[in-house]
Design a protein around this ligand. Structure first.
Ligand code: SAM
Length: 348
């Protein structure tokens, strides 16, 4: 396994069989070695810096009905909320003072937030905080809409592809959503000039190692600037309530593989990873991550943005506890920085 991992670190690719053997290995030494190699490569590209993003979950209304998601349209038990422009700007102010230089606006696909309202939001934030990067994560839109938001000042866009396998995509989503459209959106976003993030859930119901391989191959072809992966976690009000959550160990292994495949990628240790593993953020750094996204939403709505059960939002997950996060990262040799934290790629 060590020779395989060395080759992945040097050439950033392997054959399908080799990647599959790495994905499914039961060799604990392989994980240790993957982590060493991935942390070493992130050190070469990003040093020991950890980029922080202030995550503002600004609406949990959603017109979609993804089978796995707690804020899906069909969940009558979800207590809905949406933040006003003033609320969102207040979050940014608090975040700016705490040292955040990237804000991530994430939400369900809420029809209230029209193309025009988001444009106004983007302009207001970029006018008030011109030295900050703004990331949007509001789902599938047409190309003109993405272009308008980019022209208004949005820098980055997160849109997980969820799975590159058409059958699994079909099983996880209602028929009105299509993998083709999602992939088309990602292509549009990249062509427009956003720093783009795709990604998938690890251990979603029905996912096989071969499907994970398809995800890795898609990511390799697409060459995104960011990749968001985290374990699937069941939500009590979904058809998957009795499913087993995705494995933290496999998530860490895949994070390391992704770092070795895409050395410059911005790779967050996600909230879902922190939810299934108490020290998930720290472990993520050890496996090649370089980004953490603390929650900057108003405290009273954090529990309502419940994509899955037991989602963490306190302690180091809370933006106001960034001092605690800094200390725990410093303890393992990493430095949380006040920086936009842009992608350090070839044409960056
Ligand atoms: N509406 C936007 C979109 O579709 O990209 C952004 C919000 S969506 C809720 C953000 C991400 O949450 C999804 O891409 C999905 O991967 C993740 N997610 C939803 N339900 C989840 C679950 N049960 N376990 C883990 N992750 C989940």
């Amino acid at each position: 396994m060590r020779a395989l991992i060395d080759r992945l670190a040097e050439t950033h690719t392997l054959s399908d069989e080799e990647l599959l053997s790495l994905i499914t290995t039961e060799d604990v030494d392989a994980d240790r070695y993957l982590s060493q190699k991935a942390a070493g490569l992130r050190q070469q590209v990003y040093g020991n810096q950890v980029f922080i993003r202030g995550l503002i979950e600004f609406t949990n209304y959603c017109k979609n009905n993804c089978h796995y998601c707690g804020i899906r349209r069909g969940n009558p038990n979800c207590q809905r909320y949406r933040l006003s422009l003033e609320d969102i700007l207040a979050c940014c102010r608090i975040g700016y003072d705490l040292g955040f230089r990237t804000f991530v606006l994430q939400g369900g696909e809420d029809p209230y937030f029209t193309r025009q309202r988001i444009t106004e939001l983007v302009k207001a934030i970029k006018t008030a905080y011109p030295d900050c990067a703004l990331t949007l994560s509001v789902g599938e839109k047409d190309r003109d809409t993405y272009q308008e938001w980019f022209d208004a000042g949005a820098d980055r866009y997160l849109l997980r592809h969820e799975t590159a396998n058409p059958e699994l995509y079909r099983a996880l989503h209602p028929s009105e959503l299509s993998l083709e459209n999602r992939m088309g959106c990602l292509k549009d976003l990249k062509e427009i000039g956003y720093q783009v993030g795709c990604g998938f859930m690890v251990g979603s119901p029905g996912q096989t190692p071969e499907m994970i391989l398809e995800d890795l191959r898609f990511i390799q072809r697409f060459q995104p600037q960011m990749v968001g992966i985290g374990p699937f976690i069941p939500h009590q009000d979904t058809m998957y309530k009795n499913e087993v959550p995705g494995s933290a160990a496999l998530t860490l292994r895949l994070l390391a593989i992704l770092r070795l495949m895409l050395p410059q990628v911005l790779l967050p240790a996600t909230t879902a990873l922190g939810t299934v593993m108490g020290d998930g953020r720290q472990q993520g750094m050890r496996y090649g991550c370089n980004v953490v996204m603390p929650n900057l939403s108003p405290a009273d709505v954090r529990k309502k943005y419940a994509l899955y059960d037991n989602k963490i939002s306190a302690g180091e997950e809370a933006a106001e506890s960034v001092a605690m996060l800094k200390r725990s990262m410093a303890a393992i040799g990493y430095e949380v920085v006040t920086d936009r934290g842009d992608w350090k790629g070839a044409d960056a």
